[in-house]
Design a protein around this ligand. Structure first.
Ligand code: FAD
Length: 474
């Protein structure tokens, strides 16, 4: 039987992974990607140079047989290193120990790896090809290359992995309204850099952490790269009174702001002025759609279907789960692609909605709460409940980051657990004063046991990689 043809728009992270999975399942896959080949050219400056990858992302990469190769390009992050105004820094661990960590990986390196793997599996990539318009009736595409040379072609099954500004989504919406809603966050981001240090330790600050300088209403974060540099991101309101991107118009104003608000970070960025003036301000928004597909003709995945803000570090992780789910459904559906697309939306949309909501909550937590005494008391009690009642309590962050429990489950369970925690703190004041038996009884009364959780114990793949980091142990 002839192999079914699939046409993917967008060969970014999700598109390239999906191309590899579908080609491995025997589909004939063609990818049209607007940018140049990521193996030849660097990405645009100032656009999310690295990303945090967590268990959901690793699971998808393990499915594709690429996890070991990706791990070799990653730097472990044990937790948040929170930097106060007084120059102090304290590590808030993400998990219980080094079996529960996240990893910082280069976007361009990972994209190149995924494109290589998809080609090895038989997918064909056409770079420098931008989708301009789509005739949904005939499934014919109009594309344009970098020299404005047009190209027309017939598509197979159409999949839009063309990111938050998806051109395929726009065409689908014209054909049949998808119920698109974009909720701007009112905040934006600017990317800066701490270069590698000279000397034995290549890293200018602790490498195995995600650094946060929370300042209430805005913040900077820094994440490590394998070459010793850090990607620094300033998150700030776009408009309004100082400080906002409107009021920090150039490097001179921004330098004074940085020197005052982030005094230990500022001297580590010798190229601050060039980076600030040269990099664009990225705008953050959440994208919701009522429908992700048009019968069996076309479907959207990843950011094209559900772009979220970056505050939980889950956009790519969530998109990778989409890719695995869609590839499996298409491989098992025979010719009922409409059924597969509908099931894909049914399974994934509630989870995409849940991670969107949790992401917005995490922004408030990162910029405002990480140094707040009530928040710290909750963290302390969470740690106790984790020890006392592991079958009834797992923090929401751990569910999202270190398991593949559905996001919707983590969201609902997290809310119910939070009510128990708030009540215990109201009743007993400090976490240390909460009696163990009362805490366990409260959890058991309020909640069923946790859904079977995949063993969060360290994956053998990570165990080997962690030995690389012995040097940085305290
Ligand atoms: P994209 O990565 O946007 O890829 C879309 C591709 O389609 C691109 O290659 C683009 O060139 C191509 N394309 C676009 N239009 C066309 C067209 N008309 N024709 C042809 N091709 C086209 N996620 C995490 O999991 N962890 C993180 O730590 C994290 N940090 C982030 C930090 C920031 C500042 C931002 C903005 C996002 C972050 N994310 C993170 C989210 C993550 O970047 C996205 O969720 C992820 O890139 C989505 O992948 P995608 O393939 O769906 O879309």
């Amino acid at each position: 039987m002839a192999r079914q043809a699939v046409t993917l728009i967008g060969g970014g992270l999700v598109g390239a992974l999906l191309a590899q999975l579908l080609a491995t399942h025997g589909f004939s896959v063609t990818v049209f990607e607007k940018r140049s080949d990521p193996r030849r050219l660097n990405f645009a400056r100032g656009r999310a140079i690295n990303l945090a990858i967590a268990e959901r992302g690793w699971q998808a990469l393990r499915t594709a047989g690429l996890a070991q190769r990706a791990l070799r390009m990653s730097v472990m992050m044990r937790g948040r290193m929170v930097h106060g105004r007084d120059g102090t820094g304290s590590l808030q661990r993400y998990g219980l120990d080094d079996s529960e960590v996240i990893w910082s990986i280069s976007r361009s390196g990972l994209n190149a790896l995924l494109v290589d793997a998809a080609e090895e599996a038989g997918a064909t990539f056409h770079f420098g090809q931008t989708l301009v318009s789509t005739d949904m009736d005939t499934r014919s595409l109009s594309l344009m290359d970098r020299e404005d040379v047009p190209r027309e072609c017939e598509a197979g099954l159409l999949i839009g992995a063309d990111g938050a500004g998806s051109a395929l989504r726009a065409a689908m919406d014209l054909y049949q309204p998808l119920g698109i809603r974009v909720e701007p966050l009112g905040h934006g981001y600017k990317e800066l850099e701490i270069p590698p240090a000279t000397g034995r330790n290549r890293f200018a600050i602790e490498p195995n952490a995600l650094h946060i300088w929370p300042r209430g209403g805005y913040m900077s974060i820094a994440t490590p790269n394998i070459n010793g540099s850090f990607n620094v991101t300033l998150f700030l309101p776009l408009h309004g009174t100082y400080p906002s991107f409107d009021t920090l118009r150039d490097a001179a104003t921004a330098s004074a702001f940085f020197a005052r608000e982030f005094p230990e970070l500022f001297p580590l960025m010798p190229c601050f002025a060039d980076d600030f003036d040269g990099h664009p301000v990225g705008k953050l928004a959440t994208l919701y759609l009522d429908r992700w597909h048009i019968d069996g003709r076309a479907v959207l995945v990843g950011d094209a279907a559900h772009a979220i803000a970056p505050f939980h570090g889950q956009g790519m992780n969530c998109g990778f789960q989409d890719a695995v789910a869609l590839a499996d459904l298409l491989a098992g559906c025979g010719r009922d692609t409409a059924g597969a697309f509908a099931q894909f939306q049914q399974v994934r949309k509630p989870n995409a909605d849940a991670i969107a909501a949790m992401t917005l909550e995490n922004y408030v937590e990162m910029r405002d709460s990480v140094a707040d005494p009530h928040y710290l008391a909750k963290l302390e009690l969470e740690a106790l409940l984790t020890q006392w009642a592991p079958e009834y309590f797992m923090s929401r962050y751990r569910m999202v980051t270190f398991t593949a429990l559905p996001y919707a489950y983590a969201y609902a369970r997290g809310r119910a657990q939070n009510e128990v925690i708030e009540q215990l703190l109201r009743d007993f004041g400090r976490p240390g004063d909460v009696p163990q038996n009362v805490a366990i009884a409260s959890l058991q009364q309020a909640l069923p046991p946790l859904q079977s959780v995949e063993d969060p114990a360290i994956h053998p793949m990570h165990a080997a990689a962690l030995s690389r980091f012995a040097f940085f142990e305290a």
